[in-house]
Design a protein around this ligand. Sequence first.
Ligand code: ZN
Length: 210
Amino acid sequence: MSATLTDYAIVLSREAWREADKRVVFFTQHHGKIDGIAIGAHKIRSKLAGHLEPLRIAQVMLAKGKQGYKIAQCVTHHNFIRTDAVLERTKMMGALVRLARRATENEHKDEELYSLLSGGLSNLESAAAQELPRVYGNCLLDLAHHFGYAPMLGQCVACGDEQNLLRFSPHLGGVICAKEVVLEKTMPYKADDALLHTYVGALLTWRGLF
Ligand SMILES: [Zn+2]
């Protein structure tokens, strides 16, 4: 492995690290999730700082040292955050990157996830405000599917019936018909694209990923 690595990366999160540094978690196109340390990035004068804010794609150069990666360079390629002040949009994007951060291991290459995540953020960026819940639900469903946790929605997860699907069970991972008695917590279900995110979210929460 070479000492430096250059890649496109989605900035997942950024936090204070030691006294004057920042720890930034990237999801790179070709190398999976990588933590990088930006030395002295809290200083307002730091040219790097603005390029390390989450919810952007950046071209990043990381230098591997004894204690992990240092961020040598980072230049914004695309910022997903719009200036139209729809807070919900940014919150939904934040939820997608948190999920990607929690559900992955460092340096585990996953190019498909990189495309799903950048595609999802891009769809949320361009969606009209009233379309946001539906678009968010589909993005979340794609990611859940990728991680192996897609909910069963068209038929009862217990008996296979397609009628009277009135409740959703995060524990069983899908909808259940009116006949079933489930001891674990369930929630009311309605086949509505705008509500899809609540079911996928509940399933991922049950699995400890959300
Ligand atoms: Zn059933």
